[in-house]
Design a protein around this ligand. Structure first.
Ligand code: CAA
Length: 248
């Protein structure tokens, strides 16, 4: 049991997740950082490489797309920790292809990891937050869930679904003091984005009014804001951090 606020971040190792962990640690939270089962060694290396190993951070193997596994692991984690105060649903994958060529497997994998995981991961933690009468849930959606993106029918559908989930759960959580919001990053300097073919990425960058990618710090800062004292009156909202790429 800890007196500190506990933040659980899914898909913590890499990109936006890493920066979210770092900012929470710098701001006095205890962090539970989830990674894929079977990747224990990589996760331990990640802590070393990011200079996080001596911080108040705990690794947790969690396959967010495995409903039964998630229920068991989170029940045990909640029993040990006593409380989780902030949940950041950050785990996400891409399986980009034009719709004509997209396989059902590419559709299903993105749905399972990016959207169905929200049910499995959030429900036990939301219930505990309601019992304690406070909590913040922040879902990492995407600009492409708002505007749609060529080659991402699966991803855009899942990320848009996260926004509907956010609004509906915010309506249910309010009476229990639980705020639920989404952050919709634009193209951010992460391995997921730098993996895009260079010519394609150049043409995307040209369409961004700020003419550059977001830094992971700029996205993580929005998450920290929604989790903290000054975010207390915001719920059901989607905060865009996209360099002007899409203005709602
Ligand atoms: N709008 C209209 N037409 C487009 C287009 C666009 N945005 N992008 C490509 N096209 C056209 C191309 O010009 C091409 O036309 P022609 O056949 O007439 O030449 C045709 O579509 C096929 O394009 P590709 O050559 O790119 O097709 P491909 O099968 O090789 O690749 C793809 C398809 C994998 C989807 C590739 O286009 C791609 O990687 N697109 C980027 C997808 C993207 O933005 N992913 C974001 C990943 S990062 C992320 O998701 C994080 C986040 O939240 C922002």
């Amino acid at each position: 049991m800890t007196d500190k606020k506990v933040a659980l971040v899914t898909g913590a190792a890499g990109g936006i997740g890493t920066e979210v962990c770092r900012l929470f640690l710098e701001n006095g939270y205890k962090v539970v950082a989830t990674h894929r089962p079977g990747k224990e060694q990589q996760a331990t290396n990640w802590l070393q490489e990011e200079n996080l190993a001596d911080k108040d951070i705990q690794l947790l193997a969690l396959d967010v797309s495995d409903h039964n596994g998630v229920s068991e692991v989170l029940a045990e984690t909640l029993r040990k920790l006593g409380h989780i105060d902030v949940l950041v649903n950050n785990a996400g994958i891409t399986r980009d292809a034009t719709f004509k060529k997209m396989t059902f497997q590419q559709w299903q994998e993105v749905m399972d990891t990016n959207l169905n995981s929200l049910f499995s991961v959030t429900q036990p933690i939301f219930n505990q937050m309601c019992e304690q009468g406070s909590g913040r849930i922040i879902n990492i959606s995407s600009v492409n869930g708002l505007k749609g993106q060529y080659g991402q029918v699966n991803y855009s559908a899942a990320k848009a679904g996260m926004i509907g989930f956010t609004k509906a759960l915010a309506a249910e959580g309010a009476r229990f003091g639980v705020c639920v919001n989404a952050v919709a990053p634009g193209y951010t300097a992460t391995p997921m984005v730098t993996a895009i073919r260079e010519d394609v990425l150049d043409s995307i960058k040209a369409t961004i009014p700020l003419k550059r990618l977001a830094t992971t710090e700029e996205v993580a800062g929005a998450v920290l804001y929604l989790a903290g004292e000054y975010g207390g009156y915001i719920t059901g909202e989607t905060l865009s951090v996209n360099g002007g790429l899409y203005m709602k």
